[in-house]
Design a protein around this ligand. Structure first.
Ligand code: HEC
Length: 124
């Protein structure tokens, strides 16, 4: 209910918000909050964290050039939008023992925007 009201308020305020998220806003958020550890796009590779191309639908812990924690490798998680949203909000609640140190984002609009941005790196 809180979420519905928030979305509604945003639509009334800006006229542009939609449930699928705003990829452009997501790009800025991503580079600020995830980009220090993760890369996406052409030439993306594992760094401090794994690259995130095609992350939606990808089984956790499966890029070839990154050394995951055992927790991530054995999590059995498949990164659906819902799982990703939950992980961004509270990484350890989804993969207890993950090495990703992240305070989490609780604003559902910001999470939606980041996911909309990541969605632009899905294989066509
Ligand atoms: C401080 C560095 C850091 C930040 C900031 C960070 N991550 Fe991570 N992330 C990691 C590390 C390290 C891992 C690997 C965790 C493991 O192996 O347990 C990871 C793993 C992941 C995975 C799992 C990937 C896979 O191949 O299974 C996803 C998805 C992810 N991060 C998304 C994000 C998003 C989205 C953000 C920004 C909202 C973010 N991360 C911010 C370090 C970070």
């Amino acid at each position: 209910m809180k979420y519905v009201l928030l979305t509604l308020a945003l639509i009334l305020n800006t006229g542009t918000a939609n449930a699928a998220g705003d990829a452009e806003a997501g790009a800025k958020l991503f580079s600020k909050t995830c980009g220090g550890c993760h890369s996406v796009g052409e030439g993306a590779r594992g760094g401090f964290g794994p690259e995130l191309n095609g992350i939606i639908g990808r089984p956790a812990g499966t890029t070839a050039d990154y050394q995951y924690s055992d927790a991530m490798k054995n999590s059995g998680v498949v990164w659906t939008r819902d799982k990703l949203a939950a992980y961004i909000e509270a990484p350890k609640k989804v993969v207890s023992g993950t090495r990703m140190i992240f305070w989490g984002i609780s604003d559902p609009e910001k999470i939606d925007n980041i996911l909309a941005y990541l969605e632009t790196f899905q294989p066509k």
